[in-house]
Write a protein that binds this ligand. Structure first.
Ligand code: ATP
Ligand code: MG
Length: 417
């Protein structure tokens, strides 16, 4: 039986990979414009990092991680998100001792054992940024501005920015108690998962997808109504900065982020164009994460943006990705004695940056040209005895069907025209 890719994973084949390259190029560019620098962290980390970083009451840690013991009896986990590894590397490289803030960006695979569906995979890919070392809302505003600017550049309409505050160590416990008070009389009606959330992480109940919990959650008290003065002022400050930058948003008290580490700012970019999994980008502030992972007491803010969901959205509005890159010239040859010359020409073309191909299946001339057509090559040349002797080539424009005689020395400039 033929092998299949594991459930929840996807191959990216050439008919789509140029679209990935397109968004990756634009992503690298915008990050550099905003002063973020790339970091790459390993695909796997010690499980302990995510237990501490993501939080062991979260769905991710409790049921979605790819965890295994390696041959040295270490517990290893494929990274389910990018922030905790970024924090680990920040601490390990002593970057916290340098001038702050530290601004990182990344592009990474993430692994979560979830139920695969449209926009939800077990291996998916995220663009992300992190800004460590500043508690000013200017950092939150800049992080949101980058996501907003990027989505605008990707030309995706109908994406809404929702912002909220999830409070801090001062006001969240007060709210938590209020929420538990509200939920307690209806405890028996909650789904089994939410029953376990009641003590450990009651805010997650507000994000439950089961109908009954959702119904109960509708009337629950909201974090926004219980913010302390500091958190309330922070949210107002953020709104001022977003207004100043002309960024539209909605304050949405229902935002509950899936990771435990968030404090104050939480935000999502949401669309209804790609089905149920409509959150393209999610992020927020995490003022205690660096400390929890073993670093100094330092704040941070960032986001993760799902590449698959972004591409689904761009495809749904027929984004022009510029198409696959086709060969510029196909070098065909007649007679084995002319092959060496052809290979030399091919080499020269490639060295000057021209996309040049040859038939590595070594078919006869008719077969080679048929293949050139199939590849969509713009030009072709046929190298025979005359061409080798005189250096005069016939350059055929395969699209227009026209041809010109040209000296080999002028070939590159002609193609570049
Ligand atoms: P969701 O509510 O959709 O499960 P999340 O809150 O778990 O999202 P984050 O951890 O904030 O997501 O990850 C950031 C982004 O990564 C999401 O906004 C989404 O675009 C993408 N993402 C998350 N999980 C998946 C997945 N299983 N498959 C594809 N993309 C995903
Ligand atoms: Mg999730």
């Amino acid at each position: 039986m033929a092998m299949k890719a594991p459930k929840g994973t996807k191959d990216v084949l050439p008919k789509d990979s140029y679209k990935w390259q397109y968004i990756e190029e634009k992503w690298n560019k915008i990050c550099s414009e905003y002063g973020f620098k790339e970091m790459r962290t390993p695909t796997f980390e010690s499980t302990e990092l995510f237990n501490r970083g993501v939080g062991d009451t979260t769905d991710i840690v409790q049921k979605e991680m790819y965890t295994f013991e390696d041959m040295g009896h270490r517990s290893i986990t494929l990274k389910p998100e990018g922030t905790s590894p970024a924090v680990r590397a920040f601490i390990e490289s002593n970057q916290y001792a340098e001038v702050q803030p530290t601004k990182y960006f990344y592009d990474t695979s993430c692994f979560r054992y979830e139920k695969p569906q449209a926009g939800r995979l077990r291996e998916f890919h995220q663009f992300g940024i992190e800004n460590f070392g500043t508690s000013s809302m200017l950092a939150d505003a800049e992080v949101i501005a980058l996501a907003n600017d990027f989505l605008n550049r990707m030309n995706v309409p109908d994406v809404e920015l929702h912002i909220s505050s999830v409070g801090c160590r001062c006001c969240r416990p007060v709210y938590r108690e209020k929420l538990q008070e509200y939920l307690r009389p209806r405890y028996d009606e909650l789904c089994d998962t939410c029953k376990t959330r009641f003590d450990k992480n009651p805010m997650r109940i507000l994000d439950c997808k089961s109908e009954i919990c959702w119904d109960i959650a509708k009337g629950a008290p909201m974090m926004l109504d219980y913010l302390c003065d500091d958190c309330r002022a922070a949210l107002e400050e953020l709104k001022c900065y977003l207004d100043a930058m002309g960024i539209e948003y909605k304050v949405d008290p229902s935002i509950v982020r899936g990771l435990d580490y968030y404090t104050k700012t939480a935000f999502e970019f949401i669309t209804n164009k790609i089905g149920a999994q409509g959150t393209v980008c999610g992020g927020g502030r995490y003022d205690h994460l660096i400390e929890e992972v073993g670093g100094p007491d330092m704040p941070g803010v960032g986001f993760g943006l799902g590449k698959e969901r972004l591409l689904m959205l761009m495809e749904s509005c027929d984004h022009d990705f510029g198409g696959e890159e086709l060969p510029e010239i196909f070098v065909a040859w007649i007679g084995d004695e002319n092959l060496a010359y052809s290979l030399g020409l091919l080499n020269e073309l490639r060295k000057s940056g021209i996309r040049a191909v040859i038939d590595t299946k070594a078919r006869n001339l008719k077969g080679q040209l048929k293949y050139a057509n199939k590849l969509g090559a713009k030009y072709s040349v046929v190298i025979g005895e005359d061409e080798v002797r005189t250096g005069e080539l016939t350059l055929k424009n395969m699209i227009e069907g026209t041809q010109i005689k040209i000296d080999r020395n002028n070939l590159i400039s002609e193609i570049r025209k």
